[in-house]
Structure formats: structure tokens, C-alpha cells
Design a protein around this ligand. Structure first.
Ligand code: HEC
Length: 215
């Protein structure tokens, strides 16, 4: 809505408005709204050019050199390092843990059994029951749970202390069908070897006869 001629407008662009303190509007109008026709300030243009330049530099560094790791590479490296630490911890635990030390050192230690019971209560009762019988009693009726009974005197995958440790640590063996089609997960993926040893000790402590311990 301005009454200036086209030539006049050419002259009046750019810095004109700034220097003359006058506002020049663009011809295009929509719903009665027009835009200022002014040159962008240099500081603004510089940040734009720097951002464009940085995009190119960053793109090259990110994708064509290996100096910056992607999130995926970082997560991968983190997982590898955690697994290495776990393997090392397992190796260390196994150096002193065997059928004999389990029965003479771990099981008789009340702190170990208390820790094992805590782990069991929080993670195992859902399938093996609070009384380890793999059943749940509701209104006087007994219902079976998915796991095997841990107090029936039967040990499906071996009855030595380290057989239990191995089964809990590694879960149902790959070549086994499991129990009614249910397989147990490898708890070693969730817990440290020490925690697995503690919960194993707890299960053993609840079956003293099976392991030749006095009650
Ligand atoms: C989601 C259900 C589930 C949970 C939770 C679970 N188990 Fe199991 N557990 C099973 C099943 C199913 C089997 C039978 C696996 C098979 O036959 O291969 C089993 C078997 C076992 C056995 C072998 C029993 C035997 O008679 O040989 C032990 C020991 C055991 N679990 C200990 C644990 C411990 C300790 C925990 C907690 C850290 C735990 N389970 C948590 C489902 C579970």
C-alpha cells in the first residue's frame, strides 16, 4: 500500500531504511499484512554463515573421520566394557568358589544367607514360591507356579552346589526343553557372580539334607 514508484523502491532497499530511519515495506501483501524490506544486520548474517560453515566441518569430522563416536558406538563400547567386567568378576568368584567352599564358607555364613534370601524374595518367589515349593496358596487352595520346586529333593540339572550355581547363572541349558515349556533365564545377566553365589547358597541352605549338611 505504498505510493512509491518501482525505481524509487529499488533505491530505498537495503540500508536505506536504516540510514534514513524510514520503514520500507515489501509490495506483497496478504490479509493486510506486509513485511519490512530491510537488509539483515551483519551480525545476524555472520551467525548464519558460521552455522552453515560449521555444518560442513562437523559433517566431515563426524562422518569421514573416526574422531567422534556416534551414540551407537558409545553404547556398544559401554556394553562391551560391562561384559568384560562381568566376565572378570565371574572369573574371580570362580577362583575361590567350588562345591567345597560353597558348603564350608558360603552356606554357613549368615550374612551370605541373608543377602541370598533378599535376592530370592525380590526375584524368585514369583515362580518358585515364598516357601520354595513352586506353589501358591490362595484361600486354602494350592496353585502351581511356573518354576520347579526347590525343596522336593530333586535337582534336574545336577545336585552338586556348582551345578545349581551354573544353572542359576546360565539359565536353562540351550538343549533343554525346560519345564512344561518354560525355561529359566540366565540370572548371571542380571546379577553379579557374588549375588548368584549368595542366592545359590540360600537355596542350598534350605535343603541341608540334599547337600549333606546338618540341619
Ligand atoms: C519366570 C519364572 C522364574 C523365575 C523368576 C525364577 N525361576 Fe528358577 N526356574 C524356573 C523354571 C521354569 C525352571 C525349570 C527350568 C527347566 O526345567 O529347564 C526353574 C528352575 C530353577 C532351578 C532348578 C531346580 C531343579 O529342581 O533342578 C533353580 C535352582 C532355580 N530355578 C533357581 C532360581 C533362582 C535362585 C531364582 C531367582 C534368582 C529363580 N530361579 C527365578 C522359572 C523361574
Amino acid at each position: 500500500m505504498s505510493d512509491t514508484s518501482p525505481e524509487d523502491k529499488q533505491v530505498r532497499r537495503g540500508n536505506y531504511a536504516q540510514s534514513k530511519n524510514e520503514i520500507v515495506l515489501r509490495e506483497h501483501e496478504y490479509d493486510g499484512i506486509q513485511e519490512f524490506d530491510q537488509k539483515l544486520p551483519n551480525w545476524w548474517l555472520f551467525t548464519l554463515y558460521i552455522a552453515i560453515g560449521w555444518t560442513v566441518v562437523h559433517w566431515c569430522i563426524y562422518y569421514y573421520t573416526n574422531s567422534i563416536q556416534t551414540d551407537q558406538q558409545r553404547v556398544q563400547a559401554e556394553i562391551v566394557s560391562v561384559e568384560q567386567q562381568k566376565a572378570k568378576a565371574l572369573e574371580e568368584t570362580l577362583r575361590t568358589l567350588n562345591d567345597e567352599t560353597m558348603l564350608t564358607k558360603w552356606v554357613p555364613d549368615p550374612a551370605v544367607i541373608a543377602a541370598g534370601e533378599t535376592t530370592f524374595t525380590a526375584n524368585c518367589v514369583a515362580c518358585h514360591g515364598a516357601d520354595l515349593s513352586a506353589t501358591m496358596t490362595v484361600d486354602g487352595k494350592s496353585y502351581p507356579l511356573p518354576g520347579l520346586s526347590l525343596v522336593d529333593g530333586q535337582w534336574k540339572y545336577g545336585s552338586k552346589p556348582m551345578d545349581l550355581f551354573k544353572l542359576i547363572n546360565e539359565g536353562t541349558p540351550a538343549d533343554s526343553e525346560g519345564h512344561n515349556g518354560a525355561r529359566m533365564q540366565a540370572w548371571g545377566q542380571v546379577f553379579s557372580p557374588k549375588t548368584v553365589a549368595e542366592v545359590t547358597a540360600y537355596v542350598i541352605s534350605r535343603n541341608p539334607k540334599d547337600f549333606g549338611l546338618s540341619e
